[in-house]
Design a protein around this ligand. Structure first.
Ligand code: HEM
Length: 461
């Protein structure tokens, strides 16, 4: 017997799955946390040069970054990975056990409860409220004034979510409170996500106290909304809305879900509904101010469809350029710049061994600006989404609402609101940059322009 014949046939040996390569630049103790804090987007973007999956260290935690669109799709569709990891663990402080942070049967049940509220016939009904709220915002602006676009859009989106999904009217003072509280909470959460040194955040420092106060205010606000509804229901009023559905939801055993769960669901909707839509609108208005030629085209398209009357839900299917422009804005300036998961079992991704419990993440920001998926990736070019130019690679790399069983239930709702709000605003106003405008991205739990201020100018016919 020769030595060769005792060796197994090389082709039959399954390739030994290994750990992904480490990202360069980690420091003792903090690992890559410093790189992530100093230049988060630059660091995440640099990771894609290290391969389809790379390993990073954030203080005591190790995490794997997934950089290829195909592997991200597998990550999001595979039952081996659950919602968890730094982003969702941090957001859990705010979102509790609502749909965005739960897993397994509870998640499926919570999804089923939400789904009817996002049916196409409901979206058409919400369209009326969305157009009203957009008009109200447009009517509140003043010619020549410089406005805080991010704040303005947050108030609009929060009022819209509250009115459409929760039938909560008169949110003015509360929208302001929500806006302030959420801003503080999101800032604090970002620090907790990047550097998870738990005991530090329990010290009685001013920043920690501000965070706790803001979080308590948010929860109080939602309690008020729920108490008011319970009061109204007790006196015979029972609106057919998502809040009623959430308060009357039953678990797998037919028992009413605990009040805390309904509370967490309301927070998830207000946060997701307000924050992502508002940031997308703020970015889109910034992009329009930076690219007057696209702003002009958008205005002309809206005018040609509406003839000057207010934009309505029925107009949206004719606004093809608007759709491409919003898609492109979400590609180049995504509000959600990072998503995390955790491996539920020992598994494999891209040929690498992933032990159960591993934190995994991917960055839509880095992926959606990757020249391997997009020609002239850093150019703002809404026409890249025209049917004749759209490529399969681009579509896989840009899925603004995610995919798989956690895909955003608010996708059509959001596209409707974004289009109605933009259409209404550009019909009446132009948004112009001023010296203070700073559209470099400011990182928090979501991505927003550093100084989202623009001057409003009445549109001259
Ligand atoms: C431009 C606006 C929006 C964007 C870009 C967006 C994006 C996303 C993405 C990417 C996910 C998946 C997260 C993951 O895979 O981990 C998600 C989940 C979610 N979104 Fe949205 N979203 C938007 C607006 C909304 C709105 C308006 C609502 C509700 C009113 C909403 C409710 C949710 C909820 C409840 C989840 C969790 C779903 C689950 O885990 O099953 N989103 N969103």
């Amino acid at each position: 017997m020769t030595l060769e014949s005792t060796l197994p046939n090389q082709e039959q040996i399954p390739e030994a799955p290994t750990e992904p390569p480490p990202a360069p630049g980690g420091a003792p103790l903090v690992g890559h946390a410093w790189n992530l804090l100093r230049d988060p987007l630059g660091f995440l973007t640099s990771l894609r040069d290290g391969g389809d999956v790379v390993r990073i260290r954030l203080g005591p935690r190790t995490a794997y970054a997934v950089n290829s669109p195909e592997l991200v799709e597998r990550l999001l569709r595979s039952p081996d990975f659950l919602v968890g990891g730094a982003l969702w663990d941090t957001l859990g402080v705010l979102l509790g056990q609502g749909v965005a942070t739960s897993n397994g049967p509870r998640h499926r049940r919570q999804r089923r409860t939400l789904q009817p509220a996002f049916r196409p016939d409901r979206i058409a009904e919400y369209g009326v409220l969305m157009a009203e709220e957009a008009q109200r915002t447009a009517d509140g602006l003043r010619d020549g004034r410089t406005v805080d676009i991010a704040g303005e859009m947050f108030r609009t989106a929060t009022r819209t979510a509250a009115r459409s999904l929760l039938c909560v009217e008169a949110l003015d003072e509360r929208a302001e409170r929500l806006c302030t509280a959420l801003g503080t909470v999101f800032d604090g959460m970002y620090r907790r996500m990047i550097l998870s040194v738990g005991p530090f955040y329990r010290l009685p420092l001013p920043a920690n106290r501000r965070f706790e106060r803001a979080l308590a205010d948010l929860h109080r606000l939602v309690d008020e909304i729920i108490d008011e509804r319970r009061g109204a229901t007790a006196s015979g009023s029972n609106p057919d809305d998502l809040l009623t559905t959430l308060l009357q939801a039953r678990d797998e055993n037919g028992e009413l879900v605990p009040e805390q769960e309904a509370h967490d669901q309301v927070i998830a909707l207000l946060v997701a509904g307000g924050e992502n839509v508002a940031k997308t609108l703020a970015w889109t208005l910034q992009l329009l101010a930076e690219h007057p030629e696209h702003e002009r085209r958008l205005y002309e398209e809206v005018e040609s469809v509406t003839g000057g009357r207010p934009v309505a839900f029925g107009d949206l299917k004719k606004l093809a350029y608007m759709r491409n422009l919003i898609t492109e804005s979400m590609r180049i300036r995504p509000a959600a710049w990072i998503f995390t998961r955790v491996a539920a079992v020992d598994t494999e991704l891209g040929g690498y061994r992933i032990p159960a419990g591993t934190d995994i993440f991917y960055s839509p920001y880095a992926m959606q600006r990757d020249p391997r998926s997009f020609e002239d990736a850093l150019d703002f070019d809404p026409d890249r989404w025209l049917p004749e130019r759209r490529t399969a690679a681009a579509q896989t790399a840009h899925q603004p609402f995610g995919t798989g069983n956690r895909k955003c239930p608010g996708d059509h709702y959001s596209m409707t609101e974004l289009a109605l709000t933009l259409g209404t605003l550009v019909t009446k106003w132009r948004f112009v940059r001023v010296p203070e405008t700073d559209s470099t991205p400011r990182l928090g739990i979501t991505l927003q322009p550093r100084k989202a201020v623009l001057r409003v100018e009445a549109r001259k016919p």
